[in-house]
Write a protein that binds this ligand. Structure first.
Ligand code: HAS
Ligand code: CU
Length: 546
């Protein structure tokens, strides 16, 4: 791919990307401090307080799962779209408007949680009902992201029209899939908020159909994790191999992966509510099979990324079966981030496969095992790639060389170690049946005593993570003020082993996949959601946390 994306050549959305990513990381750092408090509270090192604990978990979850992700992905996405298609962002004012709406919504939701009236955790499962300002804030965050979807898709469509037969650059292919995925992902939670949660929070309805709400939320909860994941894969495919000094092993494999993530992730979600009595066993089993399918693209990604890194290791003189691994540039932060992320993917994905196995989920559901799974795969793999992406982008965005590469590498190692120190004990605690999302557990003393050593270990993990987050902010902040200019502000993406001249039209298009996913989504969700409209439902009394 050509490297002609110097900001001097056309208006690049550098300020837009920086604004988004700074909001993401600033709030992310606050979230890590809340996380550490929660660990101290659960281990009873600080006085236990149910109201503070649940308030903190709510803010932590909302900030890390919704604010960090959405702001980072949009900022990264605008940059990738503009630099890979080599043109300015269309409708930049609309993009900024979206940013302002998202920011306003995030602040509103955060204030609502801080007021203590919206302690409903990030999944906001009813019958707990938050103050209406919480849902309004969440809705604004979603609405504010719509301009990005429109701009991303519109720019790809126009580029394709102007470049008939040419393959859409892989990073933009991935980000377009991500935008389409996000559009469909939102629908479940939007319906839940508009028709169930908001009316209950405004006092218009006193009761709520909990089964329906949980099914609608599951529609969103599963694919949203792939909305977080796809941009990380874009970096793994298109940025990391180049940073390592190698080539992308296969462009087509990347396209297949993005297509599979889109098509297989939306029609599943019942694995989050395997224990819900309202859903039938047959449907749950079908969604379990679907969940195994959506693990495939990640296996392909592991293979492709490892093969790409191998090209780098061999070009750098690595010999033999494993010699290439040692030859990789381990001190180079972007490469290091990619390697550490791939390593964490293995245990994180393993946990996911246990969860997805219908019968086994009963052992681990609602225990610390689940918390371990997603802190490993999201907080570990995905977030480490977000860091690595920032280290790759910052010199391009600011025009300054990264303040300190050794500090960046140390930050990544600390995060890696912190995540392992946090989640390995959590897996054991999960199997010992420590419940997740619980301020304190005054259970049988013998059971609680078995948790003790692992509860202490997790505090060390939390402390490492806070330290690492602070190092990230310092490094990025000081880069802005650095005197030494970055000599090459053009953004070049990884080239493939063999030049990509043409790709099959199915791997260069979106409409077919979009319609296929709609059909699959209707097949897999029409009954699990539709049944609530014709079965005898016992609604629950809506209540608000005080
Ligand atoms: Fe998950 C719950 C199943 C992936 C996030 N997941 C969650 C929740 C979150 C989350 C946030 O089936 C909690 C929601 C809540 O609060 O209730 N998940 C899966 C499965 C996968 C999976 C099967 N999850 C993710 C990703 C996430 C994420 C990705 C965020 C980004 N998850 C579940 C289930 C539940 C669940 C159940 C509900 C459980 C319950 O009871 O509530 C798969 O996509 C995972 C596939 C991954 C693999 C790993 C492949 C390994 C590779 C490593 C290669 C490394 C190499 C090393 C080669 C199969 C690719 C290279 C090294 C060098 C040195 C070069
Ligand atoms: Cu899921």
């Amino acid at each position: 791919m050509r490297a002609a994306t110097n900001p001097a050549e056309f208006r690049r959305p550098d300020a837009l990307a920086l604004a988004h990513i700074w909001v993401a990381f600033a709030l992310f750092a606050v979230g890590t401090v809340l996380g550490l408090y929660q660990l101290l509270e659960r281990a009873e090192v600080v006085p236990t307080s149910a109201s503070l604990y649940y308030g903190s978990v709510t803010l932590h979850g909302v900030v890390e799962a919704f604010v960090l992700t959405t702001f980072f992905i949009l900022g990264f996405g605008f940059f990738v779209t503009s630099t890979s298609l080599e043109r300015p962002i269309r409708w930049p004012r609309l993009a900024w408007l979206g940013f302002s709406i998202m920011l306003g919504g995030s602040v509103l939701a955060a204030l609502s949680i801080a007021s203590g009236k919206s302690t409903v955790l990030y999944t906001f499962y009813p019958p707990q009902i938050a103050h209406w300002t919480f849902y309004a804030g969440a809705a604004l965050l979603l609405v504010g992201s719509i301009p990005w979807i429109v701009i991303t898709v519109a720019m790809t469509v126009r580029w394709k029209r102007e470049n008939p037969g040419r393959p859409v650059p892989l990073p933009q292919f991935g980000m377009t899939m991500c935008a389409i995925l996000w559009a469909w992902t939102m629908v479940g939670v939007v319906l839940e908020v508009l028709f169930q949660l908001l009316p209950a929070s405004l006092g218009l309805s006193q009761t709520i159909d909990v089964g329906l709400a949980r099914a609608l939320f599951a529609w969103t909860l599963h694919p949203i994790v792939y909305f977080w994941l796809i941009p990380a894969y874009v970096t793994l495919y298109s940025i990391v191999p180049k940073a390592a000094g190698g080539y992308l092993f296969s462009d087509e494999m990347g396209r297949v992966v993005f297509v599979m993530l889109l098509v297989f992730s939306l029609p599943i979600g019942l694995h989050h509510i395997f224990v819900d009595p309202q859903q039938a066993a047959g449907w749950k089993l079908m969604h379990a099979f679907g969940t195994f399918l959506v693990a495939l693209p990640t296996l392909l990604t592991g293979f492709t990324v490892a093969a790409s890194l191998e090209t780098a290791g061999r070009l750098r003189g690595g010999k033999g079966l494993f010699g290439w691994i040692r030859a990789l540039p381990w001190r180079e932060p972007v490469t290091l981030g990619g390697i550490l992320a791939a390593l964490l993917l293995l245990p994180g994905g393993f946990g996911g496969l246990v969860n997805a196995s219908y019968a086994m989920d009963a052992m681990v559901h609602n225990t610390m095992w689940i918390t371990a799974h997603f802190h490993l795969i999201f907080g570990g793999t995905v977030v480490i790639v977000y860091f690595a992406s920032a280290y790759a982008l910052w010199p391009k965005l600011t025009g300054r060389r990264l303040y300190s590469k050794p500090m960046a590498a140390a930050q990544l190692w600390l995060w890696f170690a912190g995540i392992l120190a946090l989640t390995l004990p959590w897996h054991i605690l999960g199997v010992l049946w420590m419940p997740r999302r619980t301020a304190y557990s005054p259970y049988d003393p013998q059971i609680v005593a078995r948790w003790r050593p692992y509860s202490d270990a997790m505090i060390i993990g939390g402390a490492l993570l806070v330290l690492s987050a602070v190092m990230l902010l310092i490094n990025l902040l000081l880069t802005h003020r650095r005197r030494e200019a970055e000599s090459d502000r053009a953004m070049a993406y990884a080239e493939t082993m063999e030049p990509v001249v043409t790709v099959p039209s199915l791997l260069n298009g979106f409409a077919v996949w979009n319609w296929l996913l709609v059909i699959l989504m209707v097949i897999s969700w029409a009954y699990p959601i539709g049944q609530f409209f014709f079965m005898d439902v016992h609604k629950a009394l809506a209540w608000s946390p005080k």
